[in-house]
Design a protein around this ligand. Structure first.
Ligand code: GUN
Length: 287
């Protein structure tokens, strides 16, 4: 079998088009422009790339982008004061603090200082609780993007065996909640899971979010399964810099029914969902 490639880049472009059309209507009919504030503390090179990409795409769909770049010497009180200002600013509908924060800052404290209604990452403890109890919440962007691709490919996910490899708060745990919400039978596996290969082989839907380059080979994939590869790992091969996922693409694509490539799979969907969440936050704020 050769897997169908799930084209996240094309899907994300469609989502952005829909967001842009809705933003244009909001402006014309209600004079409202959604605004997204992104806060970057420090000089992490990967974070800088993500933040500039987020800002660019925010403007491209017609929203206002407010970038706050702070030095890595920024203290907690100063960062919390900025968040308080953004919480109170009616022009800002979404707030995102880029992670990881420098070590001297307490990420939980900072994230939980964001107004949950503006928490477009869905990381605030209130949103985590709402998602876990099946209530309306802001949903973390990467798992939301994965779910959208899965629903688009399968229609209903009810009754499918889903295995999520990785238990992070950003991807693994919310992904499992979303799949459970769509009536999958969900297993969360991780680095301490016994017989990880066997667990993966049971999956109709296999979501890899461990951050280890090409850790999951094709012979861990059930024939015909759908593989969602969340990993974005920079490696060097044959003297060239390359991006690879957490799944060994060639061997997995030979047995899977469908697979997301890296790059061009989950990655583009994450920012598209961030824009969609900002629009949602803006619509909720304006009744
Ligand atoms: N760092 C890596 N992924 C993310 C994300 O989805 N949101 C934020 N805020 N930081 C990240």
């Amino acid at each position: 079998m050769t897997a169908k490639i799930i084209d996240g880049k094309a899907f994300a472009a469609k989502v952005r088009e829909q967001v842009a059309a809705h933003v244009a209507r909001l402006k014309e009919e209600q004079g409202i422009t959604p605004g997204l504030a992104v806060v970057l503390v420090g000089e992490d090179p990967a974070s800088k790339v993500y933040v500039s990409s987020k800002g660019k795409q925010t403007v491209e769909v017609g929203m206002n982008s407010y970038e706050h770049k702070l030095p890595d010497t920024t203290g907690e009180a100063e960062l919390l004061a900025l968040i308080a200002r953004l919480n109170a600013d009616p022009a800002v509908h979404g707030i995102l603090v880029q992670l990881p924060l420098p070590k001297h800052l307490n990420s939980d404290l900072v994230i939980n200082a964001i107004d949950p209604a503006k928490d477009v990452d869905g990381f605030h403890i209130s949103n985590v609780g709402l998602l876990g109890t099946g209530q309306k919440s802001m949903v973390p962007c990467t798992p939301l993007g994965c779910l959208m691709m899965l629903r688009d490919h399968h229609g209903s996910l009810a009754g499918m065996d889903a295995v999520v490899v990785g238990r992070s708060n950003i991807v693994g745990k919310p992904m499992a909640q979303l799949l459970l919400g769509d009536s999958c039978t969900v297993t969360i596996a991780h680095s301490r899971t016994k017989d990880l290969a066997e667990v993966c082989r049971r999956a109709d839907i296999l979501v890899a979010a461990v951050g280890r380059p090409e850790m999951i080979p094709g012979d861990w994939v059930k024939p015909g399964a759908t593989v969602i590869d969340v990993g974005i790992n920079r490696i060097e091969r044959d003297g060239k810099a390359r991006l690879v996922g957490d799944v060994h693409y060639d061997s997995a694509a030979a047995v899977a029914g469908a697979i997301t490539p890296v790059p061009g799979g989950v990655g583009p969907m994450t920012i598209a969902c961030l824009l969609a969440n900002t629009l949602t936050a803006c619509c909720r704020a304006n009744g």
